[in-house]
Design a protein around this ligand. Structure first.
Ligand code: HPA
Length: 233
C-alpha cells in the first residue's frame, strides 16, 4: 500500500522523519549524513529518503513550502506510514534584532494565520506546541554539541509576500522569534494523531534588518541544525 502523494511501501519510511521544505535539501541531508540511503519517493519530485544514522533508521522527506503542501505529507507520513517523530528542519525569518543569520531556533510553539486551523477549531485559537520530550532532547543535544539555540515561539504564515506596514510589530512585541510557513500545522496534526513533533529552524533572513542568505547557502549551510536533528533519530 502507498499513499496518494508518496509512492513508498509501508515499512520503507522510518518512525523518525526529518522534514525540510526543500526536496533538494532532503537529498543533501540524506547524501551527506546517512548511510545505505534509499530514495522512496519521487512523486512530484518531492523526494523522500530512508537511511541510517549511527545505525538508526531515519527518513528525510521534503514537504514543499507552506501549510497546505506540508500538511499533505505530514498527514500521509503519520496515517499511512506510521511516522512517530516528525522533526521539521527548515528556515525562518527572524523578527528579533538580536537573532542573526545562521542561528538556530527551537520552536516551542507556533502561532499562525492558517484558515485551515481556524476553520477546524471553529474560529477559536488552538495553541500549537512542540512535543516536550523532543524539545528537551534537542536542547540537550545542542548543549552537548556546543550549539547556541534560541527557544521560543514562531509564527507560521500562509503569505510570504505582503504589503502590510509593520506586519510583525505586535508579534515581535509578544516574543515571537521568527516567521516561517509550516510549524503550526505540523504541531497541530501531530497532536491530532498522537505523535511527536518539533521544529528546528535556521535563520535565513532577518525581517527587521533586511539581511538574508543566498539560496545556495540555504541548501547547504545549515549543518548545526541538522546535527541537532540527527541526534533525535
Ligand atoms: N517569511 C516566511 N517564511 C520564511 C521567511 C520569511 O521571511 N524566511 C524563511 N522562511
Amino acid at each position: 500500500m502507498s499513499s496518494i502523494h508518496i509512492e513508498a511501501k509501508v515499512g520503507d519510511i522510518a518512525e523518525t522523519v526529518l522534514l525540510p521544505g526543500d526536496p533538494l535539501r532532503a537529498k543533501y541531508v540524506a547524501e551527506t549524513y546517512l548511510k545505505d540511503v534509499v530514495c522512496y519517493n519521487k512523486v512530484r519530485n518531492m523526494f523522500g529518503f530512508t537511511g541510517y544514522y549511527n545505525g538508526k533508521k531515519v527518513s528525510v522527506q521534503g514537504t514543499g513550502m507552506g501549510m497546505g503542501s506540508a500538511s499533505i505529507y505530514i498527514h500521509e507520513l503519520i496515517n499511512t506510514y506510521n511516522a512517530k517523530n516528525l522533526i521539521r528542519i527548515g528556515t525562518c525569518g527572524s523578527i528579533q534584532e538580536n537573532i542573526n543569520l545562521g542561528q538556530v531556533v527551537l520552536a516551542m510553539s507556533a502561532s499562525g494565520d492558517s484558515d485551515a486551523n481556524s476553520l477546524y477549531f471553529e474560529g477559536m485559537h488552538y495553541a500549537a506546541t512542540a512535543d516536550f520530550d523532543l524539545l528537551l532532547k534537542a536542547y540537550e543535544a545542542a548543549q552537548k554539541l556546543n550549539i547556541k539555540t534560541y527557544k521560543g515561539s514562531v509564527f507560521s504564515t500562509n503569505t510570504f509576500y505582503d504589503d502590510i506596514p509593520n506586519r510583525w510589530g505586535k508579534w515581535q512585541k509578544h516574543g515571537i522569534l521568527g516567521v516561517e510557513m509550516e510549524s503550526q500545522m505540523l504541531f497541530t496534526l501531530a497532536k491530532r494523531f498522537d505523535v511527536k513533533a518539533l521544529s528546528i529552524l535556521t535563520v535565513s533572513d532577518n525581517i527587521v534588518t533586511g539581511e538574508s542568505t543566498s539560496s545556495k547557502e540555504r541548501e547547504q549551510s545549515f549543518n548545526d541544525m541538522m546535527k541537532i536533528a540527527l541526534e533525535l533519530a
